[in-house]
Design a protein around this ligand. Structure first.
Ligand SMILES: Cc1ncc(COP(=O)(O)O)c(C=O)c1O
Length: 397
């Protein structure tokens, strides 16, 4: 052997309170499911597991789409799977960009041989519908893309007006629901979404590693009518369906333990119920907002467009937001995110997703933030904890 074996200690990661843009905290039930014995990826037990995952994913996407599967890979794999399957070379796609992930989709469309028609909108606001309509009318695109929950800005996008624009020319609506699925209703069938992808590590409260996707019958028809093969072999949903459908033809070795985890995470969601889960996310979001505003901080996004899963809080003038995040991590074991793109250095991104969206976490974070801010020299106006606690008490009584 020419390379000496390195001496490496066993892994001992801390138990952080994950209140950033993801991954979110994971229920111990889900972690335990990952340590269940492996079976083969064509074992009847695993095949039943796959069927149940598909059934539960249809429930969370709110769809009857047959083509509903978890793609192996993180949210970006689902993103790439949707667009790689839907576009042919040189095909135009209207891409609404109101944050970092719209930008990523534009890049993917180009790399996969399509032509993005970029609708550039303000970061921190919903998609500009007039600009989108104009771009749609001027282009030959058959696909309109929008991000439902922009993790970089904290904005929730209403999907109905995008559907209406796409309907002007029988277009397909492609939606990123990475930070909404499992908290905000995606309503894939109700909202006429033709293709949608998410990630396991946000409001589904599962480790990162799978990307649930769903395609409507119209989207499947477009894929069936392709003139050229999908540019990705790994993400070709035609091939994937031979494995996830009744034929069970080997395509790739499914990540068994990740699928166990998703199975359990989805069971947790079923037990809570989608509506109750949405209510919980909304309540904790409102308590957090009450707390940060009482402290004298401002939210970045207008109230009517705020995500419940990802809260963008502006860092006050003269306060180094990175130092505050460092204090939260080092003194309290709490992770929150910093700004991306135009918001770099300007705000905190506080995630309250899935198992992380709890009264305990809101109160803990507000208390820790209050101390970290005071230590950085910010004059905290009123107690954030008291404001949030008052909201919880009022709603219980
Ligand atoms: C809105 C959105 N889309 C796509 C992605 C990409 O997902 P991943 O990092 O899991 O590949 C993310 C990740 O944070 C996201 O927030």
């Amino acid at each position: 052997m020419t390379v000496d074996a390195p001496v490496i200690a066993h892994l001992d990661p801390p138990r952080r309170t994950l209140l950033g843009p993801g991954p979110s905290p994971v229920d111990d039930r889900v972690l335990r499911a990952m340590s269940a014995p492996l079976v083969g990826h064509l074992d009847p037990v695993f095949i039943r597991t796959m069927d149940e995952i598909q059934e539960m994913l249809r429930y969370v996407f709110e769809t009857n789409n047959r083509l509903t599967i978890p793609v192996s890979g993180t949210g970006s794999a689902g993103m790439e799977a949707t667009i790689a399957n839907l576009i042919e070379p040189e095909e135009e796609v209207v891409v609404c960009i109101h944050g970092y992930f719209g930008e990523r989709m534009s890049d993917m469309v180009s790399r996969l041989g399509g032509r993005p028609v970029r609708v550039e909108c303000d970061w921190g606001a919903p998609i500009d519908l007039d600009k989108t309509r104009e771009a749609w009318r001027k282009s030959n695109a058959r696909i309109l893309f929008g991000v439902h929950a922009e993790t970089s800005t904290g904005v929730l996008q209403d999907l109905r007006p995008l559907r209406e624009i796409a309907d002007e020319r029988d277009g397909l609506l492609l939606v990123d629901a990475v930070t909404s699925l499992g908290a905000h209703s995606v309503g894939a069938d109700r909202n006429g979404v033709d293709a949608c992808y998410s990630g396991t590590q946000k409001a589904l409260s599962c480790p990162p590693g799978l990307s649930p996707v769903t395609f409507s019958e119209r989207a499947v028809e477009k894929i069936r009518a392709r003139r050229t093969p999908c540019s990705s072999w790994y993400l070709d949903v035609g091939l994937l369906l031979n494995y996830w459908g009744s034929d069970r033809v080997y395509h790739h070795t499914a990540p068994i333990s990740m699928n166990y985890a998703l199975h359990e995470a989805l069971r947790v969601i079923l037990e809570e119920g989608l509506e109750a889960r949405a209510d919980r996310h909304q309540r904790n979001h409102r308590a957090l907002v009450a707390g940060v505003e009482a402290m004298g901080l401002a939210m970045q996004v207008a109230p009517e467009s705020r995500l419940w899963t990802l809260n963008t809080v502006r860092a006050p003038e003269n306060i180094d937001e990175a130092k505050v995040r460092k204090r939260l991590l080092e003194e309290f074991n709490i992770e929150v995110g910093g700004g991306l793109g135009v918001f770099k250095g300007k705000l905190w991104r506080i995630g309250l997703m899935g198992a992380g969206s709890t009264e305990n976490n809101v109160l803990l974070l507000l208390a820790a933030l209050e101390k970290a801010l005071a230590d950085e020299g910010f004059k905290v106006k009123d107690s954030g904890v008291s404001a949030a606690a008052a909201l919880y008490s009022n709603e219980k009584s």
